[in-house]
Design a protein around this ligand. Structure first.
Ligand code: IMP
Ligand code: MG
Length: 177
């Protein structure tokens, strides 16, 4: 099934205009801030972070973090594991966590909790997509691209078993597990 061409859910041009809107909003909100750190959550956020960060009108640095909770399955284990930490010191800086998608919310909850212990000046969250009906924990998303239903989506960084990350649009596939 996962070899089929995914059905379009969010088109390339809809993504492009929403990312531009988010970049404008973030640029306004952080105007005058000279120590914004955008932290991309690998691997899924790499394309979103690349497009979003290049449209900001404010200075920013880029960090990456890697977590794992699903393994190769499409069902969340709920237990989040830190696979790679940020390299730079984030104490006293304004942190914006950039996620591809928020499903149960466990990953984003874990990350905001972890970053709080590094004593940043502020922490905000940004996600391109949220599965509106799948939340298991309450976590605030300050900048959200799109709400979707409970389907498995791929493309624009998102994968299913590491496939489809470089599709230019967000599409739906039928998971086989
Ligand atoms: P959460 O902890 O359940 O919110 O899961 C968040 C992470 O699961 C995301 O950062 C994605 O890496 C992955 N994920 C959840 N749903 C999807 C999906 O539909 N497609 C691809 N990855 C997903
Ligand atoms: Mg992710």
């Amino acid at each position: 099934m996962s070899n089929d061409t995914p059905e379009v859910l969010i088109s390339e041009s809809d993504i492009r205009s929403r990312v531009a809107e988010l970049a404008a909003q973030i640029s306004r909100d952080y105007e005058g801030c000279d120590n914004l750190v955008m932290v991309g959550v690998l691997k899924g956020s790499f394309i979103f972070l690349a497009d979003l960060s290049r449209q900001l009108k404010i200075p920013r640095t880029i960090e990456f973090i890697a977590v794992s909770s699903y393994g190769s399955s499409s069902v969340s284990s709920g237990a989040v594991r830190l696979v790679m930490d940020v390299r730079g010191n984030i104490e006293g800086k304004h942190v914006l966590i950039v996620e591809d998608i928020v499903d149960t919310g466990h990953t984003l909850k874990y990350l905001t909790g972890m970053f709080k212990s590094h004593r940043p000046a502020s922490i905000k969250t940004c996600s391109l997509v949220r599965k509106a009906d799948s939340a298991e924990v309450d976590v605030k998303i300050d900048y959200l691209g799109f709400d979707i239903g409970d389907e498995w989506v791929v493309g624009y960084g998102l994968d299913y078993g590491e496939l489809h990350r470089t599709l230019p649009y967000i599409g739906i596939i039928e998971p086989t597990d």
